[in-house]
Every structure is written in structure tokens, then in C-alpha cells.
Design a protein around this ligand. Structure first.
Ligand SMILES: [Zn+2]
Length: 420
């Protein structure tokens, strides 16, 4: 592989829907680096988020550059065109240097019979017993299984190749970081499937540096992991081992690592992730987005006065249209409607009551995951308020920033790298 833009070993994806928290987010990377837990910052925003908020991809680049300048950050940083596809990528090409190619829609669409056969003939090593260091029992993959997996994923790999080449033609090979995401699909990919997928992506000549599989368990928006942590741990370890093997076997970039699209705060899996990274001396990319928007709301509520008022208004609006707000997210939220306090009750809350219910502190008995999940998906209400919301963010910048930084640093970065 020739020279290419390399992603650092540990990188942290940060979404910032309203574009005001770049500095506060970068500050978390500064604090982590001071503790010896260096995270390369990556600002991510999907086409969908840009559409909801009414922003252009170039605004994210401007925000990242401004934050880096303001804080004097000397290490690399990146701007991620998150979950793009062939029809949405073009306006992201100039301002981005990290592309998350989303091929979830092509999963399960059959590739041509000739292509599947050619793939199997090219990869006899995928059939039979496959010994991978650190995986206790060797994979036993039959030819029929390779055929099934290729049938399910080959078209997605080909689509990723198409999008990669489209970007490479415009930006030049080696000038950007490529991630492929498969997380927004129905069923998780098993480690043997991941191996076959990586072989197919390598065949496409994609210099893949991060891959976001769908992991086992539920990754609900804004709240902790729901699932069997042991099983997740096993799968995560096996995936890391598969990646190390695929780098050697298929000539993928040595910087290739897993990307965990967290849907915000998956605190209970951070410890197993931290352990696995140590065991394998591996890197990871963690992608967050909505967690920062919720810290904005917490900061506004904490500020009291007009800040608390706007936070209450947003909740009242969201709870009034709860079904409509939740429908698009049905597969990634679990809201117990009986646990949603009526707007009239919340309107009487103090700053402390609002922030206790919203802040992701599972030890606090007043923490309300249903309240938090509903607000997580209700950022469109804030977007509709336009300047009123943005002005509130400006007015209460200090208290909002404090919450944004503390959340990323204390609740995410420290547990991930320092195990505490
Ligand atoms: Zn994702």
C-alpha cells in the first residue's frame, strides 16, 4: 500500500447537530491526551442530520477547523461524511477527509451468480477449518456457508467499491480515510461473516481503515447497551482477532480497526472493549452523536431561567407528539410511555429535577431512560426553534460547554482507554 492518510490508533467520533460544541468536544480530547489516553477527534454528521437541521457539510469542516485553531490542537483531526451513499456523497467530497460508506441497504440483495462463483473460486482459504490466533475454536466454514454469506454481502461490498472509487476519483487515492458501515441492518454479523466480508472488501481494493459491523444486542439511542454483555465481549474479541488476521491475509491497511456506532452511551460495554483493546494491542473508533445534543439540553436546563424554559418547551412538544417522533426510530428506542411525565408536571420542575431525569447517571434514582430517549430523538423540535435555540446556546455557552466536555471525557474516554 502506498502512502495514505492514516487514522490514529484511538479515534473518537463526535456529532454536533447544531454546530456550537466543537471546542467543548475537542477539549475532551485535550484532557484525555493529557492523561496519556490520546484520542484523535473526528467530527461526524450524516446526510440525514444535515437535512433535519438544514446545514451543509462544509459547515462541519468550518466548525472543526475553528475548534482546532481556538484550542491550538496540533495532532490530526478529521471530518467524517457519516453514512453516505452514492446518491448523497457528492456535496461531502470537498469538506470531508473521512467517509463512512453505508452499504446496509445492499445487504441481502443478491449478487450475480457469476460473481459469487468467482469470489468462491478466488477464496478457497475461506472454506474448511480456519485457525485464527486468539480465537479458541477454529472457524469451520463449509463451501455452502461461504456461498450463503457471499450471496448476502457481496453486492454490498461491490457497492462499497463503487462509492470508494467515486470518492477516490474526486479526491485522489490516499487522501482520505475510508470506513464501511453495516450497522443499520436487521441482524448482527458474526465473526466468520466479518472475515468473509473483509475478504470481499479487500477484493474491491478499498483501503479500509474502520469497519462498523452490527453487533449483537440492542444499541438504543441515548441509553446503555441492552443485551448479553458476555456474548458481546466474545464477539468483540473475535472480531478484533478476525481483523488482525484479515490485515495479514488480505493486505488491508495495518490501521484497520473496529468502529463502534454507539447510538450514544453504551457504558456497560466500555469495560469489555477496553480489555479487548489491551489484550490485542488494538485500536478502536467510537462514534457518538446525540449524546452531545442531550448535554446541550442538560446545560440549558441547568442554567435555569430562559434556558430551563426552552428545555421544558422542547419536552412538552415532544411528549405531545410522542408517536410521531418515535416512529422512525422504532428499532433503536425502547420507550415506556407510562414513564413519560406529562408536560404539565415537567413544567413545574426545577433545574435539578430536569437534569436528574435527563443526565445519563444510572446511579441516580431520578434518572429516567424513557425521558432521555424521547429527548434524544426530538432534536428536530430544537431545530424548528431556529435562532431562539441557537441564541440560548450562545447565552449559556459556558455551562453547556462544561456538560459537553465532562460527558465525553468522564463518561466515554476515560472508561474506554483508562478503564475507569
Ligand atoms: Zn451507524
Amino acid at each position: 500500500m502506498n502512502k495514505y492518510l492514516k487514522l490514529g490508533k484511538f479515534s473518537f467520533g463526535m456529532g454536533d447537530r447544531f454546530g456550537h460544541q466543537g471546542k467543548a468536544q475537542l477539549k475532551a480530547c485535550v484532557l484525555a491526551t493529557e492523561l496519556g489516553a490520546e484520542f484523535i477527534p473526528v467530527w461526524n454528521k450524516s446526510n440525514r442530520e444535515h437535512a433535519f437541521i438544514g446545514t451543509e457539510p462544509s459547515s462541519l469542516r468550518a466548525e472543526a477547523d475553528a475548534a482546532v485553531k481556538a484550542l491550538g490542537w496540533k495532532k490530526p483531526y478529521h471530518v467524517d461524511a457519516d453514512h453516505i451513499r452514492l446518491e448523497t456523497v457528492d456535496r461531502f467530497i470537498a469538506p470531508s477527509d473521512f467517509f463512512t460508506i453505508d452499504v446496509a441497504d445492499s445487504i441481502g440483495q443478491p449478487a450475480s451468480v457469476t460473481d459469487v462463483k468467482a469470489f468462491m473460486d478466488r477464496h478457497p482459504e475461506l472454506t474448511g477449518k480456519i485457525f485464527i490466533p486468539h480465537i479458541g475454536r477454529p472457524f469451520e466454514i463449509t463451501r455452502a456457508e461461504v456461498e450463503r454469506v457471499a450471496g448476502k454481502f457481496l453486492l454490498a461490498a461491490q457497492e462499497a467499491g463503487k462509492i470508494y472509487r467515486h470518492i477516490a476519483q474526486a479526491k485522489g487515492e490516499g487522501n482520505f480515510i475510508t470506513e464501511v458501515s453495516m450497522d443499520e441492518t436487521d441482524s448482527p454479523q458474526t465473526p466468520p461473516e466479518l472475515l468473509i466480508i473483509l475478504a470481499a472488501l479487500a477484493d474491491e481494493g478499498i483501503p479500509l481503515q474502520t469497519i462498523a459491523p452490527k453487533f449483537t444486542g440492542r444499541f438504543n439511542k441515548g441509553v446503555d447497551y441492552v443485551g448479553d454483555i458476555r456474548q458481546f465481549e466474545q464477539e468483540f474479541n473475535d472480531d478484533v482477532a478476525v481483523i488482525a488476521h484479515a490485515i495479514q491475509r488480505y493486505g488491508l491497511p495495518p490501521s484497520l480497526k473496529l468502529s463502534v456506532h454507539s447510538g450514544s452511551d453504551k457504558f456497560s460495554i466500555y469495560e469489555p472493549i477496553c480489555q479487548a483493546l489491551k489484550k490485542f494491542n488494538a485500536g478502536v473508533h467510537i462514534k457518538t452523536a446525540g449524546t452531545t445534543w442531550l448535554e446541550e439540553l442538560i446545560g440549558l436546563a441547568e442554567a435555569g431561567g430562559d434556558g430551563l424554559e426552552i428545555a421544558k418547551e422542547i419536552y412538552a412538544h415532544a411528549v405531545g407528539q410522542v408517536d410521531e417522533f418515535c416512529a422512525p426510530y422504532a428499532s433503536v428506542i425502547d420507550i415506556d410511555k407510562s414513564k413519560l411525565p406529562p408536560a404539565a408536571v415537567v413544567n413545574g420542575w426545577s433545574s435539578r429535577q430536569f437534569t436528574d431525569a435527563l443526565r445519563h447517571d444510572q446511579k441516580n434514582p431520578a434518572f429516567n431512560p424513557s425521558f432521555r430517549q424521547l429527548l434524544h430523538v426530538s432534536f428536530k423540535v430544537a431545530a424548528k426553534k431556529g435562532d431562539r435555540y441557537l441564541n440560548a446556546l450562545k447565552k449559556h455557552e459556558a455551562i453547556v460547554a462544561k456538560n459537553v466536555t465532562e460527558n465525553l471525557f468522564e463518561r466515554h474516554m476515560k472508561p474506554l482507554l483508562l478503564g475507569k
